[in-house]
Design a protein around this ligand. Structure first.
Ligand SMILES: Nc1ncnc2c1ncn2[C@@H]1O[C@H](COP(=O)(O)OP(=O)(O)OP(=O)(O)O)[C@@H](O)[C@H]1O
Ligand SMILES: [Mg+2]
Length: 283
């Protein structure tokens, strides 16, 4: 019997990670550390160009780090070709634009695509695809061409395809950024369910409001770590939140404006309910 993976080892054990695009003058990621364990939900925050998608590609084994002290993903070394290939199997990556991830002629073929590449037996693929279509509410759309879907349906199809392959950890790169509010809620609900089932998630976003409930947040600024800790700690540093250029929900903007005027609220109050409570027991 082959040894089972060490359940206590971190899923991501990254330190001193650097990445520089060919011909670029500066690193897109510089000296970055990240540790994520089983069941954790870690939010990675950062403005445009801070290195979020570069990090997603590296974590998913889709690009080779320029250098790293340690770059272990589910026990695989990202510095080796074999390690990156193994990482691609264990780490599911969902990008911002579902158009770039939908490849097949219809929804069910899209969900089956990764399993076919892994040469699963046809009957097992059918069972797994049915399970995914039910889970993501896509049964009725199974024969629909992906480009005919709404944005939320596209992103759910892409997520179903990523999850169809049993994963050890998910990296979601701004999965709601191109969606309207209703579709955003659909995708966030699907992510919430995966999280409730104990799947580890690295959730990349520019929106502070989407980090509610994260175990930890890491904020990037020009490829380096500007903050790592809990969301409350980041929010307590109003000048840093402003400098990082993060999106804030209305309740967060109000809380931040109060903090800048010397009235710090316990929190971070990012939802209206939390804000009302923080303002003094109004429920
Ligand atoms: N293919 C590329 N070649 C050269 N430079 C790149 C390439 N892709 C990204 N960069 C640069 O690397 C840095 C990080 O880009 P990245 O796409 O990782 O940022 P991001 O945080 O995902 O931004 P966004 O919020 O706009 O998606 C930026 O300075 C960007 O210009
Ligand atoms: Mg990006």
């Amino acid at each position: 019997m082959s040894p089972s993976p060490d359940a206590t080892a971190p899923l991501f054990a990254i330190s001193g990670l650097h990445y520089r695009y060919a011909g670029a003058q500066a690193d897109a990621l510089a000296d970055l550390d990240l540790e994520v364990r089983e069941g954790e939900f870690v939010a990675v925050l950062g403005a445009n160009g801070s290195g979020k998608s570069t990090l997603a590609r590296l974590l998913g084994g889709l690009a080779k780090p320029t250098a790293a002290r340690r770059a272990a993903v589910c026990g695989h070394d990202l510095l080796s070709e074999a390690g990156r290939l193994a990482a691609r199997r264990d780490v599911g990556v969902l990008f911002q634009n579902p158009e770039n991830q939908l490849v097949a002629q219809c929804v069910e073929d899209d969900v089956a695509f990764g399993l076919e590449n892994l040469a699963w037996p046809a009957a097992a693929i059918r069972r797994r695809v049915d399970e995914m279509l039910t889970r993501f509410g896509l049964e009725e759309l199974r024969r629909r061409e992906p480009h005919m879907l709404s944005g939320g349906q596209k992103q759910r199809t892409a997520l179903a395809g990523v999850i169809a392959i049993p994963r050890r950890v998910l990296v979601l790169d701004e999965p709601t950024a191109m969606l309207d509010p209703a579709a955003r809620d659909e995708v966030l609900a699907a992510v919430g369910e995966l999280r409730a089932e104990g799947l580890a998630v690295v959730y990349i976003t520019q929106e502070m409001g989407e980090t509610v409930g994260a175990d930890r947040v890491v904020a990037l600024e020009r490829g380096t770590e500007a903050f790592a800790g809990d969301a409350g700690g980041l929010f307590a540093d109003a000048p840093l939140v402003r400098r990082l250029g993060l999106g804030l929900p209305a309740a967060g903007e109000l809380a931040l404006a109060l903090a800048e005027r010397g009235r710090s609220l316990r929190g971070p109050p990012l939802t209206m309910d939390e804000l009302l409570v923080a303002l003094g027991g109004v429920t």
